[in-house]
Design a protein around this ligand. Structure first.
Ligand code: 13P
Length: 250
């Protein structure tokens, strides 16, 4: 059985006090009786307090990024060891905002994946096409290349640490969601692409999350599709009621 996962990517939102307030609300409002892994990803400086705050809950904590090097002269960066030293063992890598605004290429992202795996961290690997790619009917090619260049050098065992997150760039923060049918079509393609390289066991067991304008009113339909194993949620993860409703839609 594939793990169902709903993760909230808080992006660059919430200072220390606001983080604590939202975490308290989540502790009160999120369900704890569902077969779903719940994850929140606050900003770097609030990770340590989030881990402490959530210690006796069913809510896990992820980082939104990390550097590929073990340590060194990389001003402003954060290493895998630093994350693990405050109890964070999951990291989101390859988010489209990292690719678009911070020059992260497939090659850089694949180094980051390797470093995370070396540290036995779990990786939520993000990828997805831009609007123009879809208009040009290149979306399947783009997605396949992102998977190949970012992940397909991994050995089979490493896939135990990988969660895939398909996030079409045109649906992120735009209010424009992929239709449940578009999401299913792409998720099925992704699973079949994994199957061709890694076989049934890995393809059938890897969780594939959908991200891009998931809200309480569209979550149930999207999560109802057979190859959608949960969601990576941006804006709606910042409101406890909405995030709870999305988790309850699983
Ligand atoms: P929105 O849910 O705000 O569209 O963001 C999705 C996302 O980028 C999650 O990583």
């Amino acid at each position: 059985m594939r793990t169902k996962i709903v993760a909230g990517n808080w992006k660059m939102h919430k200072n220390a006090e606001e983080t604590e307030d939202l975490l308290n609300e989540l502790i009160n409002k999120l369900p704890n009786d569902k077969e779903v892994q719940i994850i929140v990803a606050p900003t770097f400086i609030n990770l340590a307090s989030a881990v402490e705050h959530l210690e006796f809950t069913n809510i896990g904590v992820a980082a939104q990024n990390m550097h590929q090097a073990e340590n060194g002269a990389y001003t402003g960066e954060i290493s895998a060891d630093m994350l693990q030293s405050v109890g964070v063992n999951t990291v989101i890598l390859g988010h489209s905002e990292r690719r678009a605004y911070f020059g992260e290429t497939d090659a850089i992202i694949s180094f980051k994946v390797d470093t995370a795996i070396k540290h036995n961290m779990s990786v939520i690997f993000c990828f997805g096409e831009e609007l123009k790619d879809r208009q040009d009917k290149q979306h399947f090619n783009i997605v396949e290349n992102q998977l190949r260049d970012g992940l397909f050098h991994l050995d089979k065992t490493s896939w135990e640490n990988i969660v895939l997150a398909y996030e079409p760039v045109w649906a992120i923060g735009t209010g424009e969601t992929a239709s449940p049918e578009q999401a299913q079509e792409m998720h099925e393609f992704i699973r079949e692409t994994v199957r061709k390289s890694y076989g049934n066991d890995i393809a059938d067991n890897v969780s594939i999350l959908y991200g891009g304008s998931v809200k309480p009113d569209n979550a149930k339909e999207i999560f109802g599709k057979p190859d959608v194993d949960g969601g990576l949620i941006g804006g709606a993860a910042l409101k406890a009621d909405d995030f709870a409703a999305i988790i309850n839609a699983i």
